[in-house]
Design a protein around this ligand. Structure first.
Ligand SMILES: Cc1cc2nc3c(=O)[nH]c(=O)nc-3n(C[C@H](O)[C@H](O)[C@H](O)COP(=O)(O)OP(=O)(O)OC[C@H]3O[C@@H](n4cnc5c(N)ncnc54)[C@H](O)[C@@H]3O)c2cc1C
Length: 493
């Protein structure tokens, strides 16, 4: 039996693990933490079940990535649709634009909110349909080898060619230039889905991202970690293994192949150290993390890549406990708020607020609700303060400033919100590195700018692949599910 080791129980790693198990591999998933899901996990603290990062899951509609995996494995996701508003976008001019999940309601809404942009929305809808159609046919993009090129050519339909003129275009190039609120709306949406704003985000990718509210957005019962937990249960019930508290510290390489992984090498207790041999190695990691585990044996291409690439975004997060009786009335459980359209997004100027379902007793103590507020943040600034013992106080001050600024942003558009907050747990990129083992707490994968620069699962080793949001199409549970499906196919080839 082919022995496959998966480093990391994120949604991407678990999806690939389950599909390979179904195909007859002997599969072991090794996870550093005590729970699965990574950035889309749910952790328990002080009576709350907080989502570590992701709070809203798309891709469950017929043909979507989560739908396809459920069909193949015969699983039922613990989901219920977010209806009728996926989230509300609060623009700096005081308007609130609901993102309706129903297409007709959304068309009425965007005509009302952005009346001079009808042509743009028609183009966006057309490109989104093309992009979702392409992704449902498992386009191996970008091709990693000759086999991928053949598969790619097979997946092309006459309709696919309609996308060609947009391969090199940005979202900004297909948008009206004279409506700053439309631009803010689009930028805010793209930042959380493509990790880039309209100026740089690719038009095909960006159009698909703007369509997410209409593509099967769901809440997961008990928190986002339910996606990973469902996959873990399936793997364990079908003879695979998922082992926790197994942090991989080193990968052994022989003849350009990964042959074994070592766990917990840094621990003093020799008995907790283990070595797992493998025929195939799936790495649910960023390229930087993989390089660090390979140490001196990292292939030159991986070393070059990790030197060349700029750091990706990080997240500053507030985990909140809210007193239900004091919460203001809201039209949705998710709110995206932009304060000032003349300033760059992120760094507390734009926030995403998610509140657990009032009727989900598993998420919070009686009478309370769990909530998250996140903002994009540049990771380097936090590490510069953290690395210098003389600046420890500055690090804590900055953290407090972010907490206050984010709560003030929420309060500005949802008056009364601040009074409902009874519990606050902040997380910086330093915290994220500790929780997810992602170097510098870089989350969300690469910005989806030029499609020609998309990253494949290639590692430079013959039997090892990257899986997760570093691989195209990048971040989100739907995106990493596509990467998991692609890598499983690649391994089986
Ligand atoms: C603040 C925030 C908000 C987000 N919001 C959304 C959203 O609303 N909707 C959405 O779809 N997506 C969202 N995302 C993105 C989404 O969460 C991620 O893209 C996705 O979950 C990443 O999955 P992954 O497979 O790449 O693995 P990761 O989540 O990175 O998980 C990797 C796993 O590997 C483990 N690991 C790492 N190194 C080792 C090691 N050496 N040994 C053993 N185990 C190891 C980690 O502990 C972790 O469990 C958000 C992300 C963040 C940070």
């Amino acid at each position: 039996m082919t022995k496959t080791i998966v480093i990391g129980a994120g949604v991407g790693g678990l999806t690939a693990a389950a599909l390979l198990l179904k195909a007859g591999h002997h599969v072991t998933v090794l996870e550093a933490q005590t729970y699965p899901g990574g950035c889309a996990g749910t952790f328990f603290h002080q009576g709350y079940r907080w989502d570590a990062g992701a709070t809203l899951a798309g891709g469950f509609a017929r043909g979507g990535p989560h739908f396809q995996v459920a069909e193949r494995l015969g699983i039922k996701w613990p989901i219920h649709p977010v209806n009728p508003i996926a989230w509300t976008v609060h623009l700096p001019d005081g308007r609130a634009v609901p993102q309706w999940t129903d297409l007709e309601s959304w068309r009425v809404e965007h005509r009302r909110a952005f009346p001079s942009a009808e042509k743009f929305w028609q183009t966006q809808e057309r490109l989104a349909d093309l992009s979702w159609d392409i992704s449902s046919r498992h386009f191996p993009w970008p091709p990693q080898d000759g086999r991928d090129v053949v598969d790619l050519l097979r997946a092309i339909r006459p309709k696919t060619l309609l996308a060609t003129p947009y391969i090199l275009r940005t979202m900004a190039a297909i948008m009206p230039k004279d409506d700053p609120m439309l631009r803010t709306f689009v930028d805010a949406n793209l930042l959380i889905s493509a990790q880039a704003t309209a100026e740089a985000a690719n038009a095909l990718y960006g159009s698909a991202a703007l369509d997410l509210p209409r593509r099967g957005v769901n809440h997961i019962d008990g928190g986002m970690g339910g996606i990973a937990e469902t996959l873990v249960n399936w793997i364990q019930a079908n003879g695979g293994a998922v082992q926790y508290k197994q942090r991989i510290d080193k990968i052994d390489v022989r003849g350009n192949k990964a042959v074994a992984v070592h766990t917990n090498l840094h621990k003093r207790n020799k008995h907790s150290r283990r070595i797992f041999e493998c025929d195939n190695l799936l790495c649910n990691l960023t390229p930087w993390a993989l390089r660090d585990l390979l140490k001196g044996t990292a292939p030159p291409s991986l070393q070059r890549e990790t030197r060349r690439r700029d750091p990706t975004w990080g997240a500053f997060m507030l985990y909140l406990g809210l007193d239900q009786s004091k919460l203001p009335k809201m039209n949705a459980n998710h709110h995206q708020i932009v304060r000032d359209h003349t300033k760059p997004l992120g760094e507390t100027n734009s926030i995403f607020l998610s509140i657990s379902q009032a009727d989900d007793p598993t998420r919070a103590p009686a009478g309370m609700q769990a909530a998250n507020i996140s903002t994009h943040t540049e990771v380097g600034q936090w590490w510069r303060l953290r690395a210098d013992p003389a600046r420890k106080a500055e690090y804590h001050e900055k953290r407090e400033q972010y907490v206050e600024a984010m709560l003030a942003t929420a309060e500005a558009r949802l008056p009364g919100f601040r009074d409902a907050v009874v519990e606050i747990l902040p997380a910086t990129p330093v915290t994220y590195e500790t929780w997810t083992d992602r170097p510098m707490g870089m989350v969300g994968g690469f910005a989806q700018k030029s499609i020609l620069q998309a990253r494949s699962p290639w590692t430079g080793l013959d039997n090892a692949w990257l899986v997760g949001d570093s691989v195209f199409p990048g971040q989100s549970t739907a995106g990493v599910t596509l990467s998991g499906m692609r890598v499983a196919r690649k391994v089986l080839q």
